[in-house]
Design a protein around this ligand. Sequence first.
Ligand code: HEC
Length: 201
Amino acid sequence: MKKLVYTLLGLAGLASLITACSAGGDNPGIEYAPNMYHSFAYEPLSQLAEEPNTINPHGMNMREPVKGTIARGQLDYANYNVVKSNDNYEAASAWKNPLPKSAYNLAEGERLYNINCTPCHAEDGKGEGTIVKDGKYPRVPAYSDRLPTINAGKAFYSITHGKNLMGAYGTVLSPTQRWQVIHYIYELSGAAPVQAETTTN
Ligand code: HEC
C-alpha cells in the first residue's frame, strides 16, 4: 500500500515536471491556481466586461459620484454651470467679474488671449486675425463694436459656450482664466467695462 502511494506521488511529480516544461513564451503551462495568472484588475470607473462588479451600477468598481458633485478645487466651475440656451445667455448678464483688474490679471488675460483668440480676433481686437485675412473665415466683429452691446457676463457665457461660428472655450480656459481674458479684451477695445469691474461675489 505504502509502495503504491509513493509510486503515485512520484508519477504526479513527474507529470508536473513534464507539464511545467511545456510552459514557455506566452504559454504558462497548466494553470493550477488561475487567479494568480489572471489577476482581477481593478479599474476605478469601468470594469472588464467579462468580470463586472456585481454590486455597483454599470459593473463599475467605483460608485458614481452623487449628481452635482464638484471636484475639489473647482467650486468656481459650479457657479457658471449652465446649459447652452438663449435664456441662459440673457441670465448670464447678471454674472459679474469677480477678479480685480490688477496688473497680474491683465497680463494673464493678454497671454491667454494671444494664445487662444488672436487667429480670429487679432492682437488689436479688431477682428482681422490671420485666418480672417486669409479669407478663409468670415468677418469677426471688432470688440470695440461688440462689447458695448453686451456685458462681461454675456462675454463670459459666449467664451464658455461659443457663439455661432466661434468655438467654445469652457473646456480650454478655467473660469478664472476666462475672467482674466475678459478684463483684457475690455481694456484692449477701450469699451466701457460694463459690469466688468470688481464686485464681491
Ligand atoms: C475661430 C475664430 C474665433 C476664435 C478663435 C475666437 N472667436 Fe470670439 N468670436 C468669433 C466670431 C465669428 C464671433 C461673432 C459671433 C456672432 O455673434 O455670430 C465672436 C464673438 C466673440 C465675442 C462676443 C460674444 C457675444 O456674446 O456677442 C466675444 C466676447 C469673444 N468672441 C471673445 C473671444 C475670446 C476671449 C476668444 C479666445 C478665448 C475668442 N473669442 C476666440 C470668432 C472667434
